[in-house]
Design a protein around this ligand. Structure first.
Ligand code: GDP
Ligand code: MN
Length: 408
């Protein structure tokens, strides 16, 4: 396939929603997974208060963790332990405002520090090639799984859950044994099943716990007990499933998303940014895919996938145009509208409105057919706005590719 939403999906652009660790942990708790208690702080003073609470309740130390949507926070200095309230405040102050892989830390998670005996990897991930949820695990936890996959692929066990029957007991046991938890398989099996259940319940394409740890806790009488705990959590939700989970909207972190994606969602437009130079404004997902394919065939590269939907009114067209133009690599805009419910003249009016306030002089080629197509062509020609009206789709695409080349 040439372009389109699924390509955006593979690249992780705009199509899946990453949850912060504290939000992901909330979903794990709902599924019954063992997670040490936590709180979230936005200031060093808050972190100090929270840390004092845990220390007073008996924690030997607390862990303070940057809440940013990137992996490897530990290596980047975003995960630190503190043994006193003073130290917690100092550590929180150093992590807040820190830059981790280009993202500024605005919040930290504060939790009683776990006394870790060993670390494991456990995840449920949507395997698109077989269209099933794959449950994967490894005794080599705490390190990035890609690294394990490369250096020691045999250290990873995985099973495919059945699409209707789910993750079967024997599969969960196989994972438990394969990941080195044979001696506590009765405790591990419900944990493994709950990770799978979290993926299903939330339409997640990834639920990853790294590390899942065996943690030592001392009881009131001083006896040490070991139990399995989820110490980190990474969850991404398929955004086409979000309408089924309105409660997850409140867990998403728009501040870390691409502003263009946030704006497109606000406008109710289906928009995915791609890497080319030809901005495409099309109504209907199928027509949008076709348009991108034709652009590619003519030697051009689409800058985006955009479906402005049916019944597009002038203001919506203008908003879509602003979105396309916010991408500096766009050199030409190709409009391909089939006027059914959307009236051609409405679309043309929207184009002209957008044109009049366009910050950047980008050439535009419009192919508008169907309802009021004649009116649309008259409006565009008569406006003197320099929007080229094309009569055929092939002609429009060729012209757009030519203009993009000329502007390169
Ligand atoms: P990541 O680096 O972004 O994956 O962040 P993690 O939450 O996985 O933390 C990185 C590492 O910090 C873990 O692999 C642990 O070794 C360590 N760590 C995290 N939480 C705790 C904790 O509560 N106690 C201790 N001792 N170490 C922790
Ligand atoms: Mn981790």
């Amino acid at each position: 396939m040439l372009g389109g939403p699924s390509r955006g999906h593979e690249r992780g652009v705009g199509a899946s929603v990453k949850l912060q660790e504290f939000a992901a942990k909330e979903l794990l708790v709902r599924a019954g997974l063992p997670v040490p208690e936590w709180s979230v702080a936005e200031t060093a003073a808050q972190a100090r208060d929270q840390a004092s609470g845990y220390l007073a309740a008996g924690a030997a130390s607390v862990v303070i963790k940057a809440q940013v949507l990137v992996g490897g926070r530990g290596k980047a200095g975003g995960v630190k332990l503190a043994a006193s309230a003073d130290e917690a405040e100092t550590v929180a102050r150093s992590i807040l405002g820190m830059d981790i892989k280009g993202i500024t830390v605005r919040r930290v998670l504060v939790a009683p520090a776990a006394d870790i005996a060993s670390e494991f990897y456990l995840a449920a991930v949507l395997d698109r090639t077989v269209r099933r949820i794959r449950v994967m695990a490894s005794a080599q936890g705490g390190v990035e799984i890609e690294q394990v996959a490369e250096s020691d692929p045999d250290a990873i066990v995985s099973v495919l859950a059945h699409p209707h029957l789910g993750l079967l007991d024997h599969q969960a046991r196989r994972i438990a044994f394969g990941m080195g938890l044979a001696d506590r398989w009765k405790e591990a099996v419900p944990v493994i099943k709950a990770v799978y259940a979290t993926a299903i319940a939330n339409d997640a394409d990834l639920v990853e716990i790294n590390p899942l740890a065996i943690v030592r806790t001392a009881g009131p009488d001083g006896t040490v007990r070991e139990s399995i705990q989820a110490l980190d959590a990474k969850i991404t939700i398929d955004d086409s499933a979000l309408p089924r989970h309105p409660e997850l909207e409140t867990l998403r972190d728009e501040a870390e998303e691409d502003p263009v994606d946030v704006e497109a969602r606000r406008l109710g437009l289906s928009f995915i940014r791609l890497e080319g130079t030809i901005g495409c404004m099309v109504n209907g997902a199928g027509l949008a895919m076709t348009t991108m394919d034709l652009v590619k065939r003519a030697g051009g590269e689409p800058a985006n996938f955009l479906d402005i939907g049916g019944g597009a009114k002038a203001d919506r067209v203008a908003e879509a145009m602003r979105l396309i133009l916010s991408d500096p690599s766009v050199r030409v805009i190709l409009v391909n509208i089939f006027g059914g419910i959307a009236r051609g003249d409405e679309v043309a009016r929207g184009l002209l409105a957008a044109r009049s306030e366009q910050a950047r002089a980008v050439p535009m080629v419009a192919r508008i057919v169907g309802t009021n197509a004649d009116l649309a062509a008259d409006l565009l020609r008569g406006s003197g706005a320099g929007i080229e009206a094309a009569t055929t789709l092939d002609g429009a695409v060729e012209r757009a590719v030519e203009l993009a080349r000329a502007a390169a």
